[in-house]
Write a new protein. Structure first.
Length: 451
């Protein structure tokens, strides 16, 4: 990184950043209180609030959102007449899934092979630390030239919409000239990237019932309708032979015309096993950024261990449907539910219950904030040109903010490059990415203030 006072300050702060991220990662802040104690999330929220107070933020508050979680808010005043920038992150995390697959404990930040491993290290506790680093670097080099609002969400991973509903009820709270969402990531480590589109998402829970109770498979199997088999038929109908998503009436032929994702690079990033084919058609970018994608997230049925010779009376599944920009998530949900009903065999009783939804997002990249970020990223990444990429994931809050504040510019940056393996075992963050993006954000705030 080219030498400049901001970069030198951030570099000097990296040991402190690691210590702070270690403390924050230690909170098991999964916003599913059936799995993890609510006190863990409350502890993380209080840690964030204390960090903001220590940086001189005013009006720091734990906001009780309608989904039963807390978001943390603070305001740092800048010079009179300055622009206002809202910085976003979230402190809640995905559960660690199979803890046995973790090389080191998921809630203990562990350095290994030049990366810091731990759940939330990249997604998105590291994003909050990035914001802190950027602000500290500016304070040490002439001051923060804008008014800064920080909002740190407590249930982003659950998709339960608590902060979205709170923002709609208190629209004055998050008003800003520009919003920086610190929950995305570079297309590749070392390649400065802003995310210009996000897919939306709908979550649907299916329940299939065929019998009043389970039956002996020897006595009744062959004629008694098996609910698990019916569910499998329904789920199979959601994919074509090549693995493409097929929901009746849902378009699946959009094309991505930006930065492309080479298949071999994708195979390596996704850790696809040798000899296993990728699914779908079109370019990889088409498939993951521009087209819908269905995923079966879970199935409730008897586990193999302890299974009995029974015809199943009922079974259920949780389905995620990712929805690309330009496609309405509510309409996609209706089509998915209609498809399920149409493809359920044998007259089985089926219900489809929507339990979450978020719209897709497309940013306007022709604005002054994007020009300022391009300049800042070029400095932080030694002259490399900023790239624009899509992201297959969803951040429903983006659309809520875009609807509430249509004149506000929204940028998405962050630490979740492919090697970070967010949502998977052994999630990690590159300290080099944390350092460079903190420098970029600090320089952005300075450049944007003068634009």
């Amino acid at each position: 990184m080219s030498s400049n006072p901001v970069a030198e300050t951030v570099a000097s702060l990296m040991p402190r950043a690691k210590a702070e991220l270690t403390e924050l990662v230690a909170f098991k802040s999964v916003a599913d209180f059936d799995q993890y104690p609510k006190s863990e999330s409350e502890g993380a929220a209080n840690w964030v609030a204390d960090a903001l107070r220590a940086e001189g933020f005013q009006d720091v508050a734990l906001l009780d959102t309608p989904d039963g979680t807390q978001s943390v808010y603070g305001f740092l005043p800048g010079p009179e007449g300055a622009k206002t920038v809202l910085l976003y992150a979230h402190y809640d995390v995905q559960p660690p899934l199979d803890e046995a697959a973790w090389v080191s404990p998921p809630f203990e930040l562990t350095e290994r092979d030049g990366r810091w491993y731990g759940r939330g290290s990249a997604d998105c506790k590291g994003g909050f630390v990035m914001h802190l680093l950027a602000l500290r670097a500016l304070k040490a080099n002439g001051g923060v030239p804008v008014h800064v609002k920080v909002i740190v969400e407590g249930s982003e991973e659950q998709g339960t919409g608590g902060l979205e509903r709170y923002a709609e009820e208190h629209p004055e709270l998050l008003t800003a000239d520009t919003i920086v969402i610190g929950d995305a990531g570079n297309f590749r480590a070392g390649l400065p990237t802003v995310t210009s589109t996000l897919r939306g998402m709908t979550l649907v829970r299916l329940q299939v019932d065929t019998l009043e109770g389970n039956l002996h498979s020897g006595q009744f199997g062959g004629a008694a309708p098996d609910a698990l088999a019916a569910l499998i038929r329904v789920l199979d109908s959601l994919r074509a032979e090549d693995g493409s998503t097929t929901v009746d009436g849902l378009a699946d032929d959009a094309v991505w015309d930006g930065l492309q994702y080479e298949e071999e690079a994708f195979r390596a990033d996704a850790k696809v096993l040798d000899g296993v084919e990728l699914i779908g058609s079109g370019t990889v970018a088409d498939r993951i950024w521009a087209r819908p994608a269905v995923t079966v997230l879970g199935i409730d049925c008897p586990p193999v261990v302890g299974a009995t010779p029974s015809v199943q009376a009922g079974a259920r599944a949780l389905i995620s449907l990712r929805v690309p920009p330009g496609m309405d998530a509510a309409e996609a949900t209706k089509l998915l539910e209609a498809h399920v009903l149409a493809h359920t065999p044998w007259g089985a009783r089926v219900s489809a219950e929507q339990i979450g939804q978020g719209q897709a997002f497309r940013a306007d990249t022709s604005t002054p904030a994007y020009a300022s970020m391009a300049e800042a990223m070029s400095v932080a990444y030694d002259g490399q040109e900023m790239q624009y990429a899509g992201m297959g994931g969803s951040i429903p809050l983006c659309n809520t903010l875009a609807a509430l504040y249509p004149q506000t510019e929204i940028l998405l940056i962050g630490l979740s490059e492919p090697e970070a393996q967010i949502h998977a075992a052994n999630e990690s963050v590159s300290p080099d990415e944390l350092e460079r993006l903190s420098v970029a954000e600090a320089l952005f705030l300075r450049t944007y203030a003068a634009s």
